[in-house]
Write a protein that binds this ligand. Structure first.
Ligand SMILES: [Zn+2]
Ligand SMILES: [Zn+2]
Length: 385
């Protein structure tokens, strides 16, 4: 059957724009027509039946259908084909087709297809888990190591996953002989039906534990909270999530562990504000400093730096300290720091101070206040027009 694949729509005899209902109807009709139990020993019917199931498996799934429409057979996973292990083994892969068979065959299949579960002894990936970490502004900017509490499921450290008390072992389930499944043969109006169900004696594990491990109650796994040290990369920002591969729940039956997602919260800084990788801060200077210029001290993430304020600096003037920003996340280079000047007007002046300022004011003129002059000129023009 691996020679050449037929178009899935033609297999089911439907148009490419078929809706879900009609697709289901077409599938029922075709599945009933080719069902192997109605054609015992007929290889051709079996092949057609598999083809029909394969087509429906893809077309009934929105995502797979879209991929198939776009890329054809190459677009859908070639490994999903349930035909692989002969008929019985394939049942588990049929997913929600159970209800369809149930209604076609008057429930004869019911139990057999109830098995949405995969083989209980197959390796399964552990679940993903999440944790939070709180960082200061500097920790996020420069990176650090932090210990976080991670609630997760791990293999039991007492029984190492066997679920058995020390010195005892599990025995093979006498009902299913370790397979975790039982096969029953039923008579139906269409002939004999083979159905597979999960073994109720061992719940599909294939093993019976007489003396369960006390710590995990025979489950072989425990839910607990562990502390884990996380490397926080420099440049991480508030609201980002770090993915720690394999930091999640332990896998089952030798499957890989899930991942740990660490959500990052960054506390605001009293002086600095962050935008991307740039740092912003406001620095208040006196109006004398602004008028005469001065050397001021500017805080940066790398410590204090001296900066020369030039004569006549205005409120709102901004200067840039190149490379004094935040380390780029996973890239070389840093952002910049922008310093905005605010000029503080003195308050609570004494009589003497006021007198001096008035004296000073008397000595100033248009030359010293160009902005005001230009504004007044515009104003004059405005009123004479
Ligand atoms: Zn245990
Ligand atoms: Zn069993």
């Amino acid at each position: 059957m691996a020679d050449e694949k037929r178009d899935y729509y033609s297999v089911l005899g439907v148009d490419r724009d078929v809706n879900d209902d009609d697709l289901k109807k077409a599938y029922r009709k075709a599945a009933k027509k080719y069902h192997p139990d109605l054609h015992p020993g007929d290889k051709e019917a079996e092949k057609n039946f598999k083809e029909v199931n394969e087509a429906y498996e893809v077309l009934s799934n929105k995502e797979k259908r879209a991929r198939y429409d776009q890329f054809g057979h190459a677009g859908v996973d070639p490994n999903f084909n349930p035909g692989g292990g002969g008929f019985g083994g394939g049942f588990g892969d049929f997913g929600d087709l159970g209800d369809i068979f149930g209604s076609i065959f008057g429930g004869g299949f019911g139990g057999g297809f109830g098995g949405r579960q995969q083989n209980p002894n197959a390796p399964r990936r552990g679940g993903d888990v999440s944790a939070n970490v709180n960082l200061s502004f500097e920790e996020a900017a420069k990176g650090c190591k932090k210990t976080v509490k991670v609630p997760k499921i791990d293999t039991c450290d007492v029984c190492h996953g066997s679920g058995c008390e020390a010195g005892s072992t599990a025995k093979t389930c006498p009902v299913c002989h370790g397979s975790g499944r039982v096969t029953t043969v039923q008579r139906t109006p269409f002939g004999q039906m083979q159905t597979q169900t999960v073994c109720s004696n061992c719940h599909g594990s294939g093993r019976i534990i007489d003396k369960p491990c006390k710590k995990c109650a025979g489950k072989g796994r425990i839910r607990h909270t562990v502390e884990r040290e996380i490397n926080i990369p420099a440049g991480i920002d508030d609201g980002q999530v770090l993915n720690v591969r394999s930091g999640g729940d332990a896998g089952v039956n030798g499957g890989p562990s899930g991942d740990l997602h660490v959500s990052v919260n960054v506390r605001p800084h009293p002086i600095f504000e962050r935008q991307g990788y740039d740092v912003y801060c406001d620095i208040p200077i006196t109006f004398t400093q602004a008028a005469l210029g001065d050397e001021i001290t500017v805080p940066t993430l790398d410590g204090k730096v001296k900066f020369q304020i030039h004569e006549g600096t205005q409120p709102g003037d901004e200067f840039k300290l190149r490379g004094k920003g935040i380390q780029r996340l996973n890239y070389p280079g840093k952002g910049d720091q922008y310093v905005k000047i605010t000029v503080e007007v003195p308050k609570d002046l004494s009589k003497e101070q006021k007198a001096k300022i008035k004296e000073f004011e008397a000595l100033t003129g248009e030359k010293n206040y160009k902005k005001q002059k230009s504004f007044l000129d515009k104003l004059k023009q405005f009123f004479t027009e």
